[in-house]
Design a protein around this ligand. Sequence first.
Ligand code: BG6
Length: 477
Amino acid sequence: MSNTVTRPATGPFPEGFLWGGATAANQVEGAYAEGGKGLSIQDVMPHGITTPPTEGPTPDNLKQIAVDSYHRYVEDIALFAEMGFKVYRFSIAWSRIFPRGDETEPNEEGLAYYDRVLDELEKHGIEPLVTISHYETPLHLARQYGGWTNRELIGFYERYARVLFERFGSRVKHWLTFNEINSVIHEPFMSGGIPTPREDLTDSDLYQAIHHELVASARVTRLAREIMPEAKVGCMILALPVYPLTPAPADVVKAMDTAHASYAFGDIHCRGEYPGYLLRFFRDNGIELEITDQDREDLRNTVDFVSFSYYMSICETADPDHQVQGPGNIMGGVPNPTLEASEWGWQIDPQGLRVVLNDYWERWQKPLFIVENGLGAKDRLVEVDGVKTVEDDYRIRYLNDHLVQVREAIADGAQVLGYTTWGCIDIVSASTAQLSKRYGFIYVDRNDDGSGTLERYRKKSFGWYRDVIAANGANLA
Ligand code: BG6
């Protein structure tokens, strides 16, 4: 900034800012074999991404019950309403609607369940934000078709989305096509339903799988416009700002290359074509994709808004002796020596969120939605004045500091639609499948060994977030 320009003082959050929380079906619902639901890839991932998938479901999989929201959604949504949520992001479990994924007719019981969830949200004036596919590919599509490496999945996904749009289109305004689309490269089974072990997959396989998801995303974006002209469709990206470890130009270029790996999918979603740097990466690495003329035309159906998750930033360096990977971070990256980390080794960087918001806004000029952010931590249930709670000041600090940066980015000019904290109620974590990695404002009495009553308790952060929403962020410190 030049000396003559003063940055405006940070103002309040915009009128109508969508405050809320987010979850995914497989991490909260449980009832893994009820209501006609088929198996999803999550039903064979009892330990998240830390061990290879099992043959079939095993009782040590906490997601079989998760936090039982399938049966307790009325109570849960009432608690969200008590905090004043304006929006609730949740995913629809694909295998509840199409149990195997390749049927021609949907499972009515599955649709009826989400009708009831939407009724409940409507009752409390909470707007739904629906993720169509959140790490929950039907297992049959993974095992019989090879997951998203197979072009046929585009048609299955389109049929599934059409059913959702026709059934829920009058009630759901905001839709997200694929959760964290860029993670397919790193977690092919969880993110792309690809059963082949990562080491046996070529880069061509992985980029072809993402290509199929991108085409599917674009096609359903077009379909959404036909069926629900008022609706808004967004992409969802795992945001990861990349800093050079040193000012050495080689480090800056390395950081740029790594950042491109995430930008690429936002660029395609927002601009409707492959960026030059990605085509170069394909050429340099002998990656050949099957991209038809029809695909190219389909990709032109670009998204209305960009949503993303944000948990951490990383560093990069060109120094071959310094290629240490940070723990717990599925995307890799060199740890930043200036930052502290969570108990799971995820480095905490509130200012990185401002960087992402500015960056994405300037790059794409599309409204932004932060649909995941939060601190996974070990909580201790205590009794205060005879009431069970968790004194989670560390979570309040984390969320406060990130929200202050959102406010800064809005003052910088970024258009931000809303903010949903991840795991607004405790959930089973995705990477490690633990309940002890808690993100919520609401504590759920269930432990890693499966014990617990499933009772819900308000944490200290519950009251804090209620006050933040009530003040539209004016009380952030
Ligand atoms: C995101 C996913 O990657 O991170 C969520 O969209 C996940 O599903 C969240 O839960 C946090 O990761 P974890 O492993 O702590 O649950």
